[in-house]
Each structure stands twice: as structure tokens, then as C-alpha cells.
Design a protein around this ligand. Structure first.
Ligand code: HXC
Length: 257
């Protein structure tokens, strides 16, 4: 497939998506959304892919939704147009996605990182929801996912002031999985993705589905889901292989079924 705003590459069992609009610090316009959704969906349907890395440039993961594209729209156009809906498809990808964040992850950029399952941050990363400075509010999940990630008071302060936080504060707050030196970001993201991609694909899907549910449903419902999804994995060849490998003191050879 041909993409206008991203670079796409497969390395082993890992699919790489690199946001590539350097002239706009990877601001997310409609085309970027379509490209990312199409690339991620294609990886998601490929049984040879066990993890996806989403990254940007050294200077910016993404500096937000494209302000120049949005500026002249009215409310109805924002609601009815195909500007943001596609991102829900990205968030619904079954394959684990790792955001590798260097530089700015602001507004929609921060929200896009929060649609991923793991957030690795370079030590130069800056996170924020600066929409309030533009006279609007987060619109791609920030008001909901940021609270779940960092708690009410940290999220409220960030959203109401629009200030940025650095990688260390983001890690302390629970927004990022891990901070690494900027020079090592892509290596570390690759290693993490390969580690994930070496596991059983049905188990990865199951883990992601239950993690996602934990963000949304009451505890009793989440526990019920977990019990059933956990049990269903005992009908996979990979569960038999994983447990036999443990007993035989060797590494498992997962088949993805
Ligand atoms: C469009 C953007 C952009 C954006 C940067 N650019 N961010 N274009 N949309 N979100 C463009 C600039 O206009 C400029 O192009 C080029 O990228 C480089 O940016 P500079 O501002 O010159 O760089 P710098 O001085 O280093 O400042 C970096 C920055 C600043 C602090 C990240 O660019 C900035 O504040 N950007 C906007 C951040 C923001 O408000 N994001 C939230 C967007 S709203 P030109 O050609 O002009 O030189 C949002 C809503 C999400 O995300 C929900 C939607 C429903």
C-alpha cells in the first residue's frame, strides 16, 4: 500500500509505523488518520505480526491534531466529518501496540500515545493536552484516558492549564511505561516489541482485550470476562506448548493458535 504521511516497515514479527510529516511536527490530519488506521489494520490482520511500534521523529511524536485543518470548521462539521472517528479503529486493533515517544506528544499526539498499550518515552519527551490554549478541549480521548492513566488531579491540572510535562514527571505520574535515553528509544522499542511478538498471539489478544476492558467495565464484569477469556486459552495449542515447555525446562515454540 502507498501511504502519504507515514513510513511502514516490517522487521521480523514487528510492524513499524513512523509518522512522517516533519514540516508540521507530525500534526495529525485526516490523511494521517487514514494512513495509520490502514497500516495498523493491515498489520492486525497479518498472523505473522505479533506487535506494532508507532513512532514519530526525534523532535516530535506528534504535536497534536492538525490545527490548520480544523481551524475553520464549525461544530457540525467536526461532529459529522471524518476527522477523528477513524482513531477508534486504531484503538481497537487487537495486536499490542507500543508507542515510542520522542519529543512532543501534545494534544492528539498524547491521546494517540494513550491509545497504545505500552508507552516508551525518550528522556526528551514532552507530554501535554494544550487544547485549552486554543479555546477547545481534548477531543481524541484525552479527557477520559488521561484521568485513568494519571488520576483526576494530575489530569485536571494538565488539561486546565495546558502545560507540558517532561518524561520524568510523566513516568512518576504513570503515563509512561518506561523512560529510556533518547538515543536508545528505537532499539528499546524494537526489543520490547520483539519480546511481545514472541509470545502466543491468542494469549496476546486475550491479554489486550482484558486490559482494555479494565479501563471500561465494573470490577465484577471485568473479573467475569477474565475468567472466561483465561479458560478459553486452554483450548489453544500454545497453552499446551507453553506449559509443556515449562515442564521440560525449554523455551516454548508458539504457533499462534
Ligand atoms: C498544525 C502544527 C502543529 C499542529 C506544529 N505545527 N504543531 N501545525 N497543527 N498541531 C507546525 C507549525 O505551524 C510549524 O509550521 C511547524 O509545525 C513547526 O512548529 P513550530 O511551532 O515552529 O515549532 P516550535 O517553535 O519548536 O514549537 C513546537 C510546539 C508548537 C511547542 C510543539 O509547534 C506548538 O505549540 N504546537 C501546537 C501544539 C498544540 O496545541 N497541539 C494541540 C492541537 S489540538 P509552519 O509552517 O507554521 O512553520 C488537538 C486536539 C485533539 O490536538 C483532538 C481533536 C479532536
Amino acid at each position: 500500500a502507498e501511504y502519504e504521511t507515514i513510513l511502514v516497515e516490517t522487521r521480523g514479527r514487528v510492524g513499524w509505523i513512523t509518522l512522517n510529516r516533519p514540516e508540521a511536527l507530525n500534526a495529525l490530519n485526516t490523511q494521517t488518520m487514514r494512513d495509520v488506521v490502514a497500516a495498523a489494520s493491515a498489520f492486525d490482520l497479518d498472523p505473522e505480526i505479533g506487535a506494532i511500534v508507532l513512532t514519530g521523529s526525534e523532535r516530535a511524536f506528534a504535536a497534536g491534531a492538525d490545527i490548520k485543518e480544523m481551524e475553520s470548521k464549525n461544530g457540525l462539521e467536526m461532529l459529522m466529518g471524518d476527522h477523528f472517528g477513524g482513531w477508534a479503529q486504531f484503538a481497537a486493533v487487537r495486536t499490542p501496540v507500543i508507542a515510542a515517544v520522542s519529543g512532543y506528544a501534545l494534544g492528539g499526539g498524547c491521546e494517540l500515545a494513550m491509545m497504545c498499550d505500552v508507552i516508551l518515552a525518550a528522556d526528551n519527551a514532552k507530554f501535554g493536552q494544550p487544547e485549552i490554549n486554543l479555546g477547545v478541549i481534548p477531543g481524541m480521548g484525552g479527557s477520559q484516558r488521561l484521568i485513568r492513566a494519571v488520576g483526576y488531579y494530575k489530569a485536571a491540572e494538565l488539561i486546565l492549564t495546558g502545560r507540558m510535562m517532561d518524561a520524568a514527571e510523566a513516568e512518576r505520574s504513570g503515563l509512561v511505561s518506561r523512560v529510556v535515553p533518547a538515543a536508545d528509544l528505537l532499539d528499546e522499542a524494537g526489543k520490547t516489541a520483539e519480546a511481545i511478538a514472541s509470545k502466543s498471539l491468542p494469549a496476546l489478544y486475550a491479554a489486550k482485550a482484558t486490559l482494555d476492558a479494565a479501563m471500561e467495565v465494573p470490577l465484577a464484569e471485568g473479573l467475569r470476562l477474565e475468567r472466561h477469556v483465561f479458560a478459553s486459552l486452554f483450548d489453544t495449542a500454545d497453552q499446551k506448548e507453553g506449559m509443556a515447555a515449562f515442564r521440560e525446562k525449554r523455551s516454548p515454540d508458539f504457533q499462534g493458535r
